[in-house]
Design a protein around this ligand. Structure first.
Ligand SMILES: CC(C)(COP(=O)(O)OP(=O)(O)OC[C@H]1O[C@@H](n2cnc3c(N)ncnc32)[C@H](O)[C@@H]1OP(=O)(O)O)[C@@H](O)C(=O)NCCC(=O)NCCS
Length: 110
């Protein structure tokens, strides 16, 4: 029905990163992504030293943005070493996935 893929950051042990989450179209809107995301957050909480969870999201992906906001993720004020660009009044990482592919970085403290 769906999956979530998260990993502890290789260069920052305080950071858990949610890389992917998706739910099959016909199962959307049943709380599956929320449950998967919560399980992933709980897994990070159980790892000693992980202090926050991060992820990137396409600024136009409203369902994903709503999902993350509903779980307490907030758009980060940029990321060290990355150029930023303003999208919809918020700071996004410029060209994160290639030219024109800007992404918001969202974070949640554990
Ligand atoms: C984004 C996605 C994972 C949501 O999956 P889902 O199982 O339908 O989400 P849920 O039913 O768990 O919804 C959880 C929250 O997300 C929000 N949400 C989900 N779909 C939404 C939509 N179409 N519009 C607005 N908000 C939406 C709601 O705030 C909901 O919170 P609520 O239960 O308090 O109302 C799913 O639409 C998907 O797989 N999209 C394609 C892949 C993708 O974009 N992944 C994210 C990449 S960053």
């Amino acid at each position: 029905m769906g999956y979530v893929f998260g990993m502890r950051s290789q260069n920052n042990p305080e950071e858990g990163w949610i890389r992917q989450i998706a739910v099959l179209k016909k199962y959307e809107g049943r709380g599956i992504a929320k449950t998967l995301q919560k399980l992933c957050i709980e897994a990070f909480k159980s790892m000693r030293g992980v202090r926050y969870v991060g992820l990137s999201v396409e600024p136009g992906n409203k369902p994903a943005l709503c999902l993350y906001k509903s779980l307490g993720f907030k758009i980060a004020e940029g990321e060290l070493g990355f150029e930023t660009v303003t999208v919809n009044g918020k700071l996004a990482i410029k060209d994160y996935y290639g030219p024109g592919e800007h992404r918001f970085i969202m974070k949640k403290e554990l």
